[in-house]
Design a protein around this ligand. Structure first.
Ligand code: DAK
Length: 258
């Protein structure tokens, strides 16, 4: 692959968007490669967590590639939107837990990519923003939907209407990021969190993700019923037997992820 680096070790996959000269802007090729890697990881049983970050010191992803986008026709724009929506929704719904390690600019499509991930960890150098209306477009990779769900309607509208860029502290204050670390600690801290998640019953973690994501798109009664079904499903797993036996036996559980 040209623009995406993918490696994995001990159950953790690391995906790096690698176009540092363009501040890792997402062009069609990069979106396709990212989609390909996500599809591959989704099928793997030996990968439990995924970290997505950007190459270089300056940027996570500085948005969609404006140079490529500027001359698109309506039909090409629609195709790009469909591709990106599919990739981002596959990230959001993959069975693994996805951590965005936001190491710099997360603008437009970059902020939207981070919001498709389950958890956002930011370096002190991270900057978030939705600059689209300044380019005469609106956020098109679900930013108008995911941002208000994360930070509330009022703050989302302010960020989108003004295009103001916010730093990591402000992003933390409004609930857009989970934690902030020094730049040289960011990836290690992301791995630390990934390892912590992997030490739990990973099948249960994956079901909890599905319950949260799907439940938020349902009416409350249907969401409760869906949660009850997934809760019941846990009782068909070895991890449930092991987790509860370990508690009763006053020992540390050893999960298998099934
Ligand atoms: N696209 C292409 N190139 C970019 C880029 C981008 N988004 N961002 C930066 N670059 C390039 C710059 O052009 C420059 O290239 P050279 O001139 O060196 O060749 C290089 O990266 C370094 O950037 P700067 O020289 O500008 O660096 P500075 O430190 O001065 O400024 C900056 C950093 C991040 C503040 C600035 O680069 C900037 O404002 N970048 C643009 C941010 C932005 O507006 N992003 C796009 C948001 S719009 C769609 C749905 C959604 C979307 C698109 C389509 N469909 C439904 C079809 C999403 C749209 C967006 O993301």
């Amino acid at each position: 692959m040209e623009n995406v680096i993918f490696k994995h070790e001990n159950g953790i996959a690391e995906i790096t968007i690698n176009r540092p000269k363009s501040l890792n802007a997402l062009n069609t090729q990069t979106l396709k490669e990212l989609g390909q890697v996500i599809n591959e990881i989704s099928e793997r049983k030996d990968i439990y967590t995924v970290i997505i970050t950007g190459a270089g010191e300056k940027s996570f992803v500085a948005g969609a590639d404006i140079t490529e986008m500027k001359d698109k026709t309506a039909i090409e724009g629609r195709e790009m939107a469909k591709l990106a929506q599919k990739v981002f929704s596959n990230i959001e719904n993959m069975p693994q837990i996805v951590i965005a390690a936001v190491n710099g600019y997360a603008l437009g499509g970059g902020c939207e990519l981070s919001m498709a991930c389950d958890i956002r960890l930011a370096s002190t150098k991270a900057k978030f923003g939705q600059p689209e209306v300044g380019l005469g477009i609106i956020p098109g990779f679900a930013g108008t939907q995911r941002l208000p769900r994360l930070v509330g309607k009022g703050r989302a509208k302010e960020l989108i209407f003004t295009t103001d860029m916010i730093d990591a502290n402000e992003a933390y204050r409004i609930g857009l990021v989970n934690k902030i670390y020094e730049p040289n600690e960011l990836i290690d801290k992301a791995k630390e969190m990934a390892n912590k998640i992997m030490s739990k019953g990973t099948y249960a973690v994956s079901l909890a993700k599905s319950s949260i994501n799907n439940g938020l798109n349902m009416d409350t009664e249907s969401a409760y019923a869906f949660e009850a079904d997934l809760f019941g499903l846990c009782f068909s797993t070895e991890d449930q037997t092991e987790g509860m036996s370990a508690f009763v036996g006053k020992r540390k559980a050893s999960f298998k992820g099934c």
